[in-house]
Design a protein around this ligand. Structure first.
Ligand code: HEC
Length: 155
């Protein structure tokens, strides 16, 4: 009987010891670890306006797909301003097939409207800004696509 108790005591001492050793081990290694590296926030990219002459960028199938994906909900599948969201907007989305207004705008204006949003060009804020979603070249492609839709040149 006594021997069994001795065994149990011995075992629990051993366990206690091992446990303590483990704990202090991890504590020590945590102390020795270098401090976590906190990533520097990326520096803000300087705003580079699109070149006034936006023609060299081709309207590709990808441009058309981008328009369908991001713009058609409001501007319509054919760009006529009749997308399924149009009814819910306080200001109607621009009809991109109409030259009467678009012909009076420069390519730079359209570029800014797409990149920075309606508000940035003195239009309605329900035209969202796409600068965080689309690259400048894609936006220039969209400007050229809108020129195709309206069959009009920039002012
Ligand atoms: C949430 C709806 C919505 C989406 C999505 C949207 N637009 Fe618009 N857009 C508008 C509205 C509303 C206007 C009209 C703003 C006004 O007349 O004040 C507008 C106007 C414009 C104009 C003309 C700016 C001006 O001077 O009136 C351009 C160009 C344009 N959108 C391009 C795009 C392109 C390209 C996309 C896709 C990348 C897009 N829009 C996606 C709602 C939207």
């Amino acid at each position: 009987m006594t021997k069994t108790w001795q065994k149990i005591f011995g075992l629990s001492f051993l366990l206690l010891f091992t446990n303590t050793a483990c704990t202090s081990d991890t504590e020590e290694s945590a102390l020795n670890e270098p401090p976590p590296i906190v990533a520097e926030p990326p520096a803000a990219e300087p705003y580079v306006p699109a070149p006034e002459e936006a023609k060299p960028v081709q309207v590709t199938q990808k441009t058309r797909d981008t328009y369908q994906w991001y713009c058609s909900q409001c501007h319509g599948v054919e760009g006529k301003g009749d997308g399924m969201n149009a009814l819910h907007l306080a200001v109607p989305p621009r009809n991109h097939t109409k030259a009467d207004y678009l012909g009076t705008r420069t390519n730079q204006h359209l570029f800014d409207a797409i990149k920075l949003g309606g508000l940035a060009v003195g239009r309605a804020p329900c035209m969202p800004a796409w600068g965080n979603t689309l690259a400048d070249e894609e936006i220039t492609g969209l400007v050229n696509y809108i020129r195709e839709l309206c069959q009009c040149e920039g002012a």
